[in-house]
Design a binder for this molecule. Structure first.
Ligand code: ADP
Length: 209
């Protein structure tokens, strides 16, 4: 009987989680908007780019290997990022929900994420895809490169390589979630607050459903 209540409670709690994917090409504003969204909705922000940069800063073997690929604008192997996300999920058992930013970036990562969330009796509620033109992306990233200290932002060749990786490997992730009717698009150009409003409108629809 006690076990029944524990299972019931855990299941109930997990199914009320809010799990979102903020999707879009490099420079589409995912990081900026994520900061605002996690504050408003009380979510845990999981950015694989940030996790990788913190490995680089700590000079771990994983970080040093990842840096070589990141500096060329290429994706880090699926096993590496899936492992990082899996431990982040494990270490946040009390989270009300997660905001995934920069993950999943391949179909294999999307399938792995679904499996990991299923183990927690939960899943992705919605993928919000931010729409920004390619020229705007390049100009934003070059501008960010002047102050961010990110070595992948200050070289146009590397920026174009990242956008190419996005088209070749990442765009398909939207098709994966589209099959489940979970994808919506939001305008990613304009001022930060306007874009934020567009995102909140989509999230609020999940909350009232
Ligand atoms: P941006 O979206 O501006 O390119 P990120 O901080 O999300 O910035 O990612 C920086 C780099 O980190 C990517 O170009 C890639 O090399 C690596 N990376 C981040 N997330 C992933 C991921 N999910 N899969 C593979 N590589 C990743």
């Amino acid at each position: 009987m006690i076990l029944y209540y524990i299972c019931f409670f855990t299941k109930r709690q997990a199914s009320t989680m809010l799990n979102l994917i903020l999707f879009g090409p490099p420079g589409s504003g995912k990081g900026t908007q994520s900061e605002k969204l996690i504050r408003k909705y009380g979510l845990k922000h999981l950015s694989t780019g940030d996790l990788l940069r913190s490995e680089i800063a700590s000079q771990t073997v994983l970080g040093l290997e990842a840096k070589k690929l990141m500096d060329r604008g290429q994706l880090v192997p699926d096993e590496v990022v899936i492992g990082m996300i899996s431990s982040a999920l494990e270490s946040n058992p009390q989270a009300k929900g997660f905001l995934f930013d920069g993950f999943p970036r391949t179909s294999a990562q999307a399938e792995a994420l679904d499996r990991l969330l299923e183990l927690k009796n939960t899943g992705i509620n919605k993928m919000i895809a931010m729409q920004v033109s390619e020229e705007e992306l390049v100009s934003r990233l070059l501008k960010r490169g002047m102050t961010s200290g990110r070595s992948d932002d200050n070289n146009e060749g590397v920026i174009r390589a990242r956008i190419a990786e996005y088209h070749n490997k990442t765009a398909a992730v939207a098709d994966y979630y589209q099959k489940f009717g979970k994808v919506v698009s939001v305008k990613g150009e304009g001022n930060v607050d306007e874009i934020f409003e567009g995102l909140c409108k989509e999230i609020d629809e999940v909350l009232v459903a």
